[in-house]
Design a protein around this ligand. Structure first.
Ligand code: NAP
Length: 295
């Protein structure tokens, strides 16, 4: 039996339609226009393309969107001053600093300088702390997107054995935490694997829901999963390029083999990726509503 394909592209499209309508209503009824600034330091091609995609989406949804590009050699002091400027700008509700940053800049210092009320990436310790104790906050975009995909695909998480492969601060740890929460898309029993895990396959074989964010192409093979598993593949690995120069991508799981055993699986590309940007937009709308006292 071939698995149901959970299309992030389709679910993201649906959420963007909902957001578009919400943005139009906010504008018409309350004169509120969500504002997002994306700060890019330097010209790293991957970062440029991520920021361009974010700006395009913000624009399509009717946001006030600002792209602020700074030179590669900007000082930490100047970058912190820029963030402070946007913290105090009433037309900006969300601030996103595209990572990675150049070596002269302390990434944590920059992320911590963003007001928690405008931290639409959900990386500020205040938001991370609130997420852990289950308070309302800006959830980090990729884990938030995974949660939405599971909920909107009707995957039962309550009581499920969830195994997360990867423990990064942006994917592994937060998604494990969210699936543990007493809330929709949570109430799971969660195991986290990493490079020091003694027998990763022992754990992955037990998973009802397997979430893989290892950043290693096809590291999860068909013999490592049980029949009927739901697989969320977060990995994006460039494994070559087409004669036209387009990147060939694959995920962290062996999609072709695993889809014959799984109940449902996300593809790469077209899975988690489109959800990440969409949840950034959702967080920005939430920030604008909070700023206007509407949420
Ligand atoms: P990361 O910071 O490199 O973390 C990778 C994690 O996987 C680490 O915790 C590492 O363990 C663990 N790991 C690596 N190989 C493993 C193995 N063979 N068995 C078990 N654990 C293993 O990566 P990340 O930022 O979380 O990203 C993971 C992947 O998701 C990347 O491909 C990235 O491009 C992709 N990603 C996609 C999106 C999206 O929107 N689609 C968003 C974010 C990330 P240790 O801690 O022990 O080193």
């Amino acid at each position: 039996m071939s698995a149901k394909i959970i299309s992030g592209t389709e679910i993201a499209k649906q959420i963007r339609e909902e957001l578009k309508q919400e943005v139009a209503e906010l504008k018409a009824k309350h004169g509120v226009v969500p504002g997002l600034v994306t700060i890019l330091v330097g010209e790293n091609p991957a970062s440029v393309s991520y920021v361009t995609a974010k700006q395009r989406t913000a624009h399509d949804l009717g946001f006030h969107s600002v792209q602020d590009t700074q030179p590669e050699d900007i000082s930490e002091e100047d970058l912190l001053a820029l963030i402070e400027k946007y913290n105090n700008d009433p037309d900006i509700h969300g601030i996103l600093v595209q990572l990675p940053l150049p070596r002269q800049i302390d990434e944590s210092k920059v992320l911590y300088a963003i007001s928690p009320d405008k931290d639409v990436d959900g990386f500020h310790p205040v938001n991370v702390g609130k997420m852990v104790i289950g308070e309302r906050c800006f959830l980090p975009c990729t884990p938030h997107g995974i949660l939405e995909m599971l909920i909107r695909s009707g995957v039962e998480t309550s009581g499920a054995e969830v195994v997360v492969v990867g423990r990064s601060n942006i994917v592994g740890k937060p998604i494990a935490n969210l699936m543990l929460q007493k809330r929709d898309g949570g109430n799971a029993t969660v195991t986290i694997c990493h490079t020091r895990t003694k027998d990763t396959a022992f754990h992955t074989k037990r998973a009802d829901i397997l979430i893989v964010a290892a950043g290693r192409p096809k590291v999860i093979t068909a013999d490592m999963v049980k029949d009927g598993v739901v697989v969320i593949d977060v990995g994006v690995n460039r494994i070559g390029q087409t004669p036209e120069g387009k990147a060939i991508l694959c995920g962290d799981v062996d999609f072709d083999a695993i889809k014959e055993k799984a109940a449902a699986i996300t593809p790469v590309p077209g899975g988690v990726g489109p959800m990440t940007i969409t949840m950034l937009m959702k967080n920005t709308v939430q920030a604008a509503k909070q700023f206007a006292g509407l949420a």
